[in-house]
Design a binder for this molecule. Structure first.
Ligand SMILES: C[S@@+](CC[C@H](N)C(=O)[O-])C[C@H]1O[C@@H](n2cnc3c(N)ncnc32)[C@H](O)[C@@H]1O
Ligand code: SF4
Ligand code: SF4
Length: 369
């Protein structure tokens, strides 16, 4: 099966409660009507646990930005507890590596006491230590970023990563899932496609099938500096199409879902600056610097998170209202005009691939909680 990246939809896993279903219904209705003040809660919380990392991947925006390491506070998660039975999902993702947060397991435990599904995106290097926590806390889904089917390719791009170690951890997790007869966790590889690794995608599909992973998701490299721009696939449509075709056929025969970005020129967004953007209706994003942002892929900071403010008040803050009113109109702000967020950008636009000399992330100056 080939699917495109999610836009309105979130991961479908274990069934939602009546309360979650009702909130999601209302949220979608309000989105459809274009309301800027919402009665519904978000459908997911996206929490960046830290912008620090145990790897140093060559394409990561962390390298092209100046920042101080920042850390999400456990108390901030406690603040969200009253809505953790209403939102569909808590996504632990942002810049940085969530699993190196010292309270990562405690956070899984806290979320597990509620109905929200748990999703995180990891570089996979800590998975061997996390196996029990994944099963004990019924992690619904996690993504593991690997950028080659060969260990050398992966390690050249993802400096400090060890593909063999990651594969070994994943085999153990999938084996335990099978022997326990569990439907979770759903696991996918995320592959950042660029000139020097594109040809390894079919082998990665083989590897995923061999381990028993459900999905391989491909994202195009967005280049944040001129050296990386040489790796960009914006001018390789023919090669990309051939490799995607081969990978899709393999996925079909091996039972691995392929999630692919649109080919350049075929994005249904046409000439638009970005696809219709739903994030400020669907998601509440809190960065590890304590700043609320519209999404992960923008330098825009709305306001400082304030535990003394009721959630509903922050969710309908004037910044959110203004974004909801403008993001899909010609009045959208400058970073949205060159959106590179993989689910919402328009892959017909060269600037979705190339963001050199652009301010693509906040300065991450520390805000005291
Ligand atoms: C910033 S990482 C954070 C989570 C975790 N550290 C990881 O690597 O999965 C989130 C995703 O962004 C991808 N990514 C990093 N730099 C990118 C770039 N320049 N273009 C496209 N995707 C990128 C990573 O490969 C990863 O799948
Ligand atoms: S592991 Fe993730 S956050 Fe860390 S450097 Fe690589 S892409 Fe960036
Ligand atoms: S940068 Fe893209 S995904 Fe983020 S709010 Fe703007 S249009 Fe939406």
């Amino acid at each position: 099966m080939i699917i495109r990246a999610k836009t309105k939809d979130l991961f479908h896993g274990r069934p939602l409660s009546a309360k979650q279903r009702e909130n999601s219904r209302l949220n979608l209705e309000e989105l459809q009507a274009g309301h800027t003040v919402l009665r519904s809660m978000p459908r997911r919380l996206v929490l960046e646990l830290t912008n620090a990392c145990n790897l140093n991947c060559m394409m990561c925006g962390r390298n092209a930005a100046t920042f101080q390491p920042t850390v999400f506070q456990l108390d901030w998660l406690r603040y969200f507890e009253p809505i953790l039975d209403t939102v569909e999902e808590v996504t632990l993702m942002g810049w940085g590596e969530p699993t190196i947060h010292k309270d990562f397991v405690q956070m899984l435990e806290l979320i597990h006491q509620h109905d929200a599904r748990i999703y995180f995106c990891t570089n996979g290097m800590q998975l061997s230590q996390l196996e029990n926590a994944i099963f004990d806390n019924q992690v619904d889904v996690f993504a593991v970023s690997v950028d080659g089917a060969k260990a050398e390719t992966n390690a050249r791009i993802r400096r400090g990563s060890d593909l063999n170690k990651i594969v070994e951890s994943l085999r153990r997790i999938k084996q335990r899932q099978r022997t326990s007869g569990l439907s979770y966790p759903y696991v996918n590889f995320v592959f950042c496609a660029m000139k020097s690794n594109l040809h390894e995608l079919p082998d990665l599909v083989h590897l995923a099938a061999d381990i028993g992973l459900e999905e391989v998701k491909v994202v195009y490299l967005t280049a944040f500096d001129s050296i990386l721009s040489q790796e960009s696939l914006w001018d390789c449509r023919t090669e990309v199409e051939a490799v995607f075709q081969e990978a899709a056929e393999l996925g079909e025969s091996l039972g691995v879902t392929l999630k692919l970005p649109y080919l350049q020129g075929e994005d249904p967004a046409g000439e638009a600056l970005h696809r219709d953007c739903f994030v400020t209706w669907r998601d509440f994003f809190l960065g590890s610097d304590g700043m609320v942002r519209p999404c992960m892929s923008t330098p825009v900071q709305f306001f400082a998170f304030d535990m003394n403010r009721p959630f509903e008040d922050m969710w309908n803050d004037t910044h959110f209202q203004q974004y909801r009113a403008q993001v899909n109109t010609f009045r959208m702000d400058e970073p949205c005009r060159r959106c590179y967020q993989s689910s919402h950008c328009n892959w017909n636009q060269k600037r979705s691939f190339l963001q050199m000399e652009e301010t693509f992330a906040p300065a991450w100056s520390k805000v005291e909680a």
